[in-house]
Design a binder for this molecule. Structure first.
Ligand code: NI
Length: 136
């Protein structure tokens, strides 16, 4: 029997959206307030979902306590109260949009979850703006 389990989490972080090949005017035209020089913050929310067979011995798809620990190590611990552009090397040259952030997170979580489970992550930057990623 297949089912999907999900766990939600939160982190607060700062970022700035810009393309370093463009001048300030073009960055503001493209990214609006998100391109302001001195960064701004978001309260991000994510939902990590795992789909797979329910193990008949445990009744679990995946142990949620283990998932909680993985999400703490691979998401909160890396992003919470950080400046994404400056503190996370990966984003030194990659624009920290929700699209690029969710791919970064998905790649990290994927390495910790067995491959017979499907991994899907939804990342909210605001109540209204969110992205879903389930791998390539
Ligand atoms: Ni922003």
């Amino acid at each position: 029997m297949k089912a999907t389990i999900s766990r939600k989490g939160y982190f607060s972080a700062a970022h700035r959206l810009y393309n370093s090949n463009w001048n300030y005017k073009k960055n503001i035209e493209t990214f609006g307030k998100c391109a302001f020089l001195n960064y701004h913050g978001h309260n991000y929310e994510y939902i990590v979902s795992l789909t797979g067979e329910i193990n008949p011995e445990t009744g679990f798809i995946f142990n949620l306590q283990k998932l909680k620990n993985i999400l703490y190590e691979e998401i909160e611990n890396i992003f919470d109260h950080k400046n994404i552009n400056l503190d996370i090397k990966y984003f030194l040259n990659i624009n920290p949009t929700i699209e690029n952030i969710v791919i970064f997170i998905w790649d990290k979580i994927r390495k910790k979850i067995s491959f017979n489970l499907k991994l899907e992550i939804t990342l909210y930057e605001t109540i209204n703006n969110f992205v879903k990623y389930e791998g390539k």
